[in-house]
Write a protein that binds this ligand. Structure first.
Ligand code: HEC
Ligand code: HEC
Length: 187
C-alpha cells in the first residue's frame, strides 16, 4: 500500500489546525500585530489629571489597563499600607480614582495587551503588582537581572519608563525599549 496517500490527505488538516492554534495563541498573548499596528497603542494612556497627580507622585503613573478591576479595588482599600508606604487620600479623591481605575481596568479595556494582562491572571486570584502577573513575567523572562536589579539606573521592574521610552503614552513596543547603560534591546 502506498503510505504517502493518507499522509497527503491529512497534511492540509495538520497545517490548518496548527495555524488556528497559533493564531489563537497570538491573540491571547496580545501579540498579533497587523499592518496598522504602529498606530495602535498597547494600553490606553492615562487621561485623568487627578490620577496622574496623586498616583504618579512617587512612581510612574501605571495605566489602569495594566491590572484588572479587582486588583485596583483591593489596592484602593488599603492605601495606608501601600507596598510599605502610606499613600492615603481624602475619601472624595480616593473614590474618584477608584472609579477611574475600575472603568478603565484591563478586564474592561479593548486593548490587546490589557486583555493579555487580564487573561494571564486566574479568575480566583487577586494580583496587586503588574510585575507579578504571568503576562508581565512572560514578556520579560529573557531580560537578564543584571540589566534590571543590577542596573543602578533601573533598580526594579516597577520603573517601566526607565526602559520603555514611550511608556507614558501607553506604548510598550519592544522596539522602543532602551535599557539605561545598554541601549536598544535586540533579541
Ligand atoms: C507615597 C508614595 C506612593 C504613592 C502616593 C503611590 N504609590 Fe504606588 N507604590 C509605592 C511604592 C513604594 C511601591 C513599591 C515599589 C517597588 O517595589 O519598587 C508602589 C507600587 C505600586 C504598584 C505596583 C507596581 C509593580 O511593581 O507592579 C502599583 C500598581 C501602584 N503602586 C499603584 C499606585 C496607585 C494606583 C496609586 C494612587 C492611588 C499609588 N500607587 C500611589 C509608593 C506610592
Ligand atoms: C529593565 C528594563 C525594563 C523595565 C523596567 C520594564 N520593561 Fe517591559 N520590556 C523590556 C524589554 C527588554 C522587553 C522586550 C523583551 C523581549 O522581547 O524579549 C519588554 C517588553 C514588554 C512588553 C511586551 C512588548 C512587546 O512588544 O512584545 C510589555 C507589554 C512590557 N514590557 C510592559 C512593561 C511594563 C508595564 C513595565 C513596568 C511595570 C515594564 N515593562 C518594565 C524591558 C523592561
Amino acid at each position: 500500500m502506498n503510505i504517502w496517500k493518507p499522509l497527503v490527505l491529512i497534511l492540509p488538516v495538520i497545517v490548518v489546525t496548527t495555524g488556528v492554534v497559533y493564531a489563537d495563541r497570538d491573540e491571547r498573548e496580545g501579540e498579533g500585530r497587523g499592518w496598522f499596528s504602529s498606530f495602535r497603542l498597547d494600553v490606553a494612556p492615562v487621561t485623568d489629571p487627578l490620577y496622574q497627580e496623586e498616583c504618579g507622585a512617587c512612581h510612574f503613573a501605571y495605566q489602569p489597563g495594566l491590572l484588572p478591576e479587582r486588583s485596583w479595588q483591593k489596592m484602593m482599600t488599603q492605601l495606608d499600607d501601600h507596598f510599605g508606604d502610606n499613600a492615603e487620600l481624602v475619601e472624595a479623591k480616593r473614590q474618584q480614582i477608584e472609579a477611574y481605575l475600575g472603568t478603565n481596568a484591563a478586564d474592561h479595556a479593548n486593548y490587546k495587551r490589557s486583555k493579555g494582562f487580564a487573561r494571564s491572571i486566574k479568575a480566583d486570584e487577586i494580583v496587586l503588582r503588574i510585575t507579578d502577573t504571568l503576562y508581565f513575567k512572560r514578556k520579560h523572562d529573557e531580560v537578564p537581572a543584571r540589566l534590571v536589579t543590577g542596573n543602578k539606573d533601573v533598580g526594579s521592574y516597577s520603573h517601566c519608563a526607565a526602559c520603555h521610552t514611550d511608556a507614558a503614552k501607553g506604548s510598550y513596543n519592544e522596539h522602543e525599549v532602551r535599557i539605561p547603560g545598554v541601549g536598544r534591546w535586540d533579541d
